[in-house]
Design a protein around this ligand. Structure first.
Ligand code: NI
Length: 261
């Protein structure tokens, strides 16, 4: 069984007694960057309690042992490379401190709604960086060898001949070994430049069927958009490895691709 638990906190305040309400609370009269720290744990369910682990125990470990390793007094210590480095130590601490027989599978630090760092305990030196992008685009779902009537039966209003639009959210996850000197995996600027040049700019405010070469013959479903985005990025990211792309077509639907399947 797997269980995820998150705590919310301020980036400069490892307050162990703070309530885990949505915004948390700070003892300081200041507004600081707001983080979410998520631990995914694995283990057996206790027959008597039905718990994998009491979440109060998880919270205590995260707030008193893990968070102090991540929070920073100085804004200079809030750089991605420095945070990624501290997340490695924090994951080791969490893995050692969580009550047995539970096992930590991953620790994820959301730095904003758009940026998160994650580490799996199976690969403690490999950091995952995920960044979210937005673009708006039009498309029409149809198969060229089917009649309008057949397309309408399969794709419904999505086969409207003049197209329709979505506000897409693209999450790109890259992975690699932590390298503080070069900031490889954590080089958000490098990732941003490539994703913007190869995906966001070409896709944004375009009719995908008409203006993107890949969709001249390929139906621009959210699955195929994820595939095309993967193919555009996978060899262009020379400083890190593309791990996953997730495309949200609506808040209710996403497609995800990680290079196979
Ligand atoms: Ni659509």
């Amino acid at each position: 069984m797997r269980l995820m638990r998150e705590i919310r906190c301020f980036a400069t305040d490892g307050n162990a007694t703070c309530q885990n309400s949505w915004a948390g609370s700070s003892e300081r009269d200041a507004v600081a960057p707001f983080w979410v720290l998520r631990a995914v744990i694995d283990g057996p369910v206790a027959p008597q309690t039905g718990y994998l682990c009491d979440i109060k125990e998880i919270d205590a470990v995260l707030r008193t042992e893990v968070l102090p390793q991540l929070v920073a007094e100085k804004s200079a210590e809030l750089g991605l490379a420095a945070l990624a480095s501290r997340l490695v130590g924090a994951a080791s601490t969490a893995a050692a401190q969580l009550p047995s027989p539970t096992k930590l599978l991953s620790l994820e630090l959301s730095l904003s709604p758009y940026t998160k760092l994650a580490i799996s305990t199976g690969a403690l030196q490999m950091i995952e960086l995920t960044h979210a992008y937005e673009f708006s685009a039009a498309h029409r779902l149809s198969c060229k060898d089917l009649s309008d009537e057949e397309n309408r039966r399969i794709f419904g209003k999505c086969s409207n001949p003049n197209g329709h639009g979505h506000n897409y959210v693209l999450e790109v996850t890259v992975t690699g070994p932590l390298d503080e000197a070069t900031g490889t995996v954590t080089d958000l600027g490098h990732l941003d430049r490539i994703v913007r040049e190869l995906v966001v700019e070409p896709f944004d405010h375009k009719h995908l069927n008409v203006e993107l070469a890949e969709f001249a013959t390929l139906n621009p479903t959210v699955e195929n958009i994820a595939l095309v985005v993967w193919n555009r990025l996978v060899d262009a990211l020379d400083r890190c490895r593309l791990a996953k792309v997730r495309v949200w077509e609506t808040p209710k639907t996403y497609a995800e691709y990680s290079g196979s399947g």
